[in-house]
Write a protein that binds this ligand. Sequence first.
Ligand SMILES: [Zn+2]
Length: 312
Amino acid sequence: MKRREFLGTLGASAVAFTLPSAKAQQGSMSSLPQLAITLDDFNLFDTPTMTAGDRNRKILDALKAENLKAALFVTGRYVDSEQKRAYLKEWNDSDHIIGNHSFSHLYYPDTSFAEFSADLLRGEKIVKDFPRFKKLFRFPYLKEGDTAGKRDGMRAFLHEHEYHNGHVTIDASDWYVDGRLRQKLKQHPNIDLAPYRNFYLAHLWERSVYYDHLAQRVTRRRVKHTLLLHHNLLNGLFLGDALRMFKARGWQLIDADIAFADPIFASEPETLPAGESLIWALAKQTGRFDKALRYPGEDGIYEKPKMDKMNL
Ligand SMILES: [Zn+2]
């Protein structure tokens, strides 16, 4: 789900964010935050310290250890061999949801509606025969249309083809941390991984708390969260640690199908450009949270200075 670098030029003002007041946390909001895991792309390749197969095994094992069913959003063009299809079958057979993340992972602002919608159907062909396939579509880069025509065109198309939008409520930049880690490992294969682990967990926690507080302020209730992660080395190494962190800090891990049943996921915010985290878009739509919203919602540009400073 990598953002293009040029998106960084659109504006990266610092986030001014206020914690919800004690009063706002009372009542219906006193229940535990709930979190489901979603993993995008399924871009499998060997990395300096882990083969594609080992990574797949470790991510599945981390979910299994928590008895957790995730949703995997597959980019069709990455499933280009029998071996990769076999890895994907492991997800199906472990009862995780298999969703559609298009075939080519196109960037919708640079693509016509006709080409983008055709690419969705091309991606569907790769995954549709798996019994655990569900008609959930996740927009590449979380970009849902830069004009009202393209945004509403895809919304009508999803309805027509009986799809739901596989929204993210908690967006994050695991892909960026992963890229930095792999780059470092190429030069220093025996580097201590603990600083990367610590940075990653702190990042996930910070973004999760941010979106959870924003969700409470916007919706006046607790929504069921879907966290955006990717099938990458970083999660091969640390997904288990991340899941244990959330539990230790009072968050409840829930299956993806339970999260996606929350009515929040039927929302169609009328923002332009459309997309980002669903919570981000719902907040933007109100016009009341502009100080708490940066654009894009998440990107490597926000993490780069921190990682540079820590020499990661
Ligand atoms: Zn993606």
